[in-house]
Design a protein around this ligand. Structure first.
Ligand code: ADP
Ligand code: ZN
Ligand code: ZN
Length: 745
């Protein structure tokens, strides 16, 4: 059977859609794979050109008699693009999607408008020649040329804008003089630097013994060739960032580079400044607020060797560094590290794959590691490091749980417990700051009892049921449904329903209750405008307000030393997400929220209000006991066969035609049952409606396949992919694959 190589000829100038197919001659099969540079005959004259293999396939796209052979594999060292293409191929295989989608993710497409240039005009003739030329132009009364020549004889080169502006010489005259060899126009690529106006300041800290011990161990493992990823489990404020900086400094001394991934929301001025203090202009950032041109410039600076460090969210992973030493992923548990668009790659896995290709090391850090990462650390796949104390012996805050069911029983229907109000009064009197965090994750349609805390769950999947418009409760894993209840099945109370409470309502309540307090609110509504996010945070940091109310966006990585009280309202809301990660999300949010208190000299206090005071995620978060949480959670995952113990492949089907999507789901389910009937290692769940079962009149269904064997799931994905492409039932039904989804369903 013949194999074919799909080749792109020029990655920087052509768009990536222009793929050419060549036959791989006998004997070359073993050396031709994605990312390999090859020489191929091109065009009518069959001149040899260099290209990159993006895919090897046995499917001929043209008449096979017209397909030319690959000439040879290109010699010599490979540019960074070859590595990124190989990475794209790995992503396509492990996460699904097409090669083209993967390439577009890893290679920034050059944009013409992105370039900004400076032009300088140089005088070409020198000395006597120039004097003679000037005289000649004077004789011919070419006054514009005379002005320019005279100016250049005083000073060369001159900026183009000065010449056209102050000297009033037109572009046409400059062009004519250039053609006659009198002047030369130099084009200088001007890179935008997003940290242009940043100033180095302040002292750098010396690592304490825990920090130093971890940095030393990672570096010595690197020397020994133990390149396993490291997981730093460090409580909030334990000084993880300083460890990252020490590692990067060691890499930079060896002329290696580093990528630091940080959730965009934590990529604040404060954080960037800490890196800038060490690396100055050799560090840059990427973020989604930058223009395409600005972003592209950072890639170019990285490629040209002008940068050592790039900090940014997920996409910064593809910075074109050719001698990468470290990839750091801070807050590694964050769900934003998983891409929601195809290819649905996870930055952690992709970082590990990239690091393997170039001998770099991956360092993960978090106060609340993902269950996946902690399980791998326990298994020895990652090296675990612990930082259980805050820097400078600052105390972890004291945490209290308040049972909101009791408050209801005592006649308190307000969103605030008596205890929280009492502490708020105290802090306002002392002029200390308060943060109120409203946990609003996964609000869509779950049903719970305000009297006893009971939540209505799927009997098969142990996740919350959601209330649909039709008034039925639905499980988004298996499709189970039941009628909505009017009374709590547990205690009979009529206070059962969907929970509604917004930040705006909270703000109104706080303003009424504490009229003297200055209140700021941060949520999606108040941060819609550019920079408003930073503005609110810096106003609060400058103590222009006493109370900051907000959603999860306020709990990430900000350092406000004057906060001594954090109130968590409705702590358990995130327990009701119809997702097997509900407890993990809750533990994470509560721990991060608690971590905001007492960052300065004064100790902090935290009040967690909840309807489920006994839930292990709430109890262990209050005790700030990650290990206890992990043990209970991993047991649940084992029992229910959820990741990381088992892996999940999600098949999304969508179509404008409801009948077609239902039929497609049945066809796929039948096909899957055939495939895995004999195999106890796989489990099929669904088809069921997606959480949002209809968007813009597109109907959406999902099927899950679970297995402990990831490679087996990848195989199933490939087989289904081929089946879908050849089956007429899927003409107008889109099918997408996703592994171990992170967020909702
Ligand atoms: P984490 O990233 O673990 O939350 P940080 O690295 O942000 O912790 O450190 C928390 C605070 O402690 C920061 O203000 C930092 O400047 C300070 N810090 C970190 N390490 C030291 C140290 N060795 N000595 C003094 N201060 C430190
Ligand atoms: Zn009840
Ligand atoms: Zn179910």
């Amino acid at each position: 059977m013949d194999l074919y190589a799909n080749v792109i000829i020029d990655i920087t100038h052509t768009d990536l859609d222009r793929v050419f197919q060549y036959r791989i001659p006998d004997g070359m099969e073993d050396v031709v794979s994605a990312g390999v540079a090859v020489k191929v005959p091109f065009g009518r004259g069959n001149a040899l050109r260099q290209g990159y293999v993006v895919e090897v396939t046995d499917i001929a796209e043209y008449d096979t008699s017209k397909i030319k052979d690959v000439d040879s594999v290109a010699e010599g060292s490979l540019p960074i693009e070859a590595q990124l293409i190989a990475l794209a191929a790995w992503m396509r295989e492990d996460f699904g999607g097409t090669m083209n989608q993967a390439l577009k993710t890893v290679l920034p497409v050059r944009r013409k408008t992105a370039e900004r240039e400076r032009r300088m005009i140089h005088l070409v003739p020198c000395g006597k020649e120039a004097v003679a030329l000037l005289a000649e132009c004077e004789r011919k009364h070419q006054t514009a040329r005379v002005r320019l020549l005279a100016a250049l004889m005083e000073q060369s080169p001159l900026p183009y804008e000065t010449v056209t502006g102050k000297l009033n010489v037109t572009a046409a005259v400059i062009r004519a003089m250039e053609e006659k060899g009198m002047v030369r126009v130099e084009h200088i690529r001007d890179y935008r630097n997003p940290l242009d106006r940043m100033k180095k300041k302040g002292e750098t800290v010396a690592l304490n013994s825990v920090q130093q011990g971890i940095a030393d161990d990672i570096l010595s493992r690197r020397k020994r060739g133990d390149l396993r990823p490291s997981l730093i489990h460090g409580v909030t404020g334990s000084g993880k960032t300083e460890v990252y900086i020490a590692l990067i400094e060691a890499a930079v001394r060896e002329r290696r580079q580093a990528i630091v991934l940080i959730p965009e929301i934590a990529l604040t001025f404060q954080t960037v400044l800490r890196f800038y203090n060490h690396f100055g202009d050799r560090v840059s950032i990427l973020n989604s607020r930058m223009s395409a041109g600005e972003r592209y410039d950072q890639y170019e600076r990285a490629k040209d060797g002008r940068l050592d460090v790039i900090i940014g969210p997920r996409s910064a992973l593809f910075a074109p560094f050719d001698n990468l030493g470290f990839i750091i992923i801070d807050e590694e548990h964050e769900s934003t590290y998983k891409s929601e668009t195809v290819p649905c790659y996870h930055a952690r896995e992709t970082a590990i794959a990239r690091a393997k290709m170039c001998g770099a090391m991956v360092v993960l850090g978090s106060a609340t590691p993902s269950i996946e990462s902690y399980a791998r650390a326990e298994a020895g796949e990652y090296q675990l490091y612990q930082m259980m104390e805050r820097v400078s012996r600052r105390q972890l805050p004291v945490v209290e749980i308040v049972d909101m069911r009791e408050e209801l029983r005592a006649g308190n229907r307000s969103p605030f417990s008596e205890r929280l109000e009492e502490l708020m009064e105290d802090r306002l009197a002392k002029h200390e700051q308060i943060m109120l965090f409203l946990n609003r994750r996964g609000m869509a349609g779950f049903v719970s009892c305000r009297s006893c805390g009971h939540e209505i769950k799927c009997p098969h999947c142990d996740v919350s049921l959601s209330l649909h418009n039709g008034g039925r409760l639905v499980c988004h894993y298996c499709g189970y449904t039941q009628p909505m209840v009017t009374n709590c099945p547990e205690c009979g109370s009529k206070y059962i329903g969907t929970f509604k409470a917004g930040t705006q309502k909270m703000e109104q309540y706080v303003r009424r209750r504490f009229p003297e307090a200055r209140v700021l609110r941060m949520d999606l509504d108040t941060t819609r405008q550019k920079d408003s996010y930073e503005k609110i945070l810096s106003a609060f940091a400058d103590q222009e307000a006493d109370i900051l109310i907000g959603t999860q966006m306020i709990v990430k990585g900000h350092d406000f030393p004057n906060i001594t009280l954090v109130g968590v309202l409705a702590a358990d809301l995130s327990l009701y997400i119809s997702d097997y990660r509900a407890s993990e999300r809750t533990f994470e949010l509560l721990t991060q929220a608690a971590g905001r208190a007492g960052r300065g000299e004064k100790a902090g206090e935290v009040v967690i209000q909840t309807y489920q005071p006994g839930h292990f995620a709430v109890v262990t978060a209050a005790a700030q006991d990650y290990q206890a949480f992990y043990r209970e959670e991993i047991a649940f995952r084992k029992l229910m066969k959820y990741p990381p113990v088992w892996q999940m492949l999600v098949i999304h089907m969508s179509s404008a035609n409801e009948g077609l999507v239902n039929r497609a789901a049945d066809v796929l389910q039948y096909n899957l049952r055939e495939k895995i009937r004999e195999d106890a290692g796989f489990q099929l769940v669904g088809p069921a409606d997606a959480v949002i079962s209809k968007v813009n009149d597109i109907y959406r269904k999902i099927i899950y396949v679970k297995s402990a064997d990831y490679a087996g799931l990848v195989r199933i994905k490939d087989e289904l992919d081929a089946f879908v492409r050849e089956n007429a039932d899927f003409k107008s039904v889109a099918v997408q694959f996703d592994f171990n989804p992170m967020d909702g369903l």
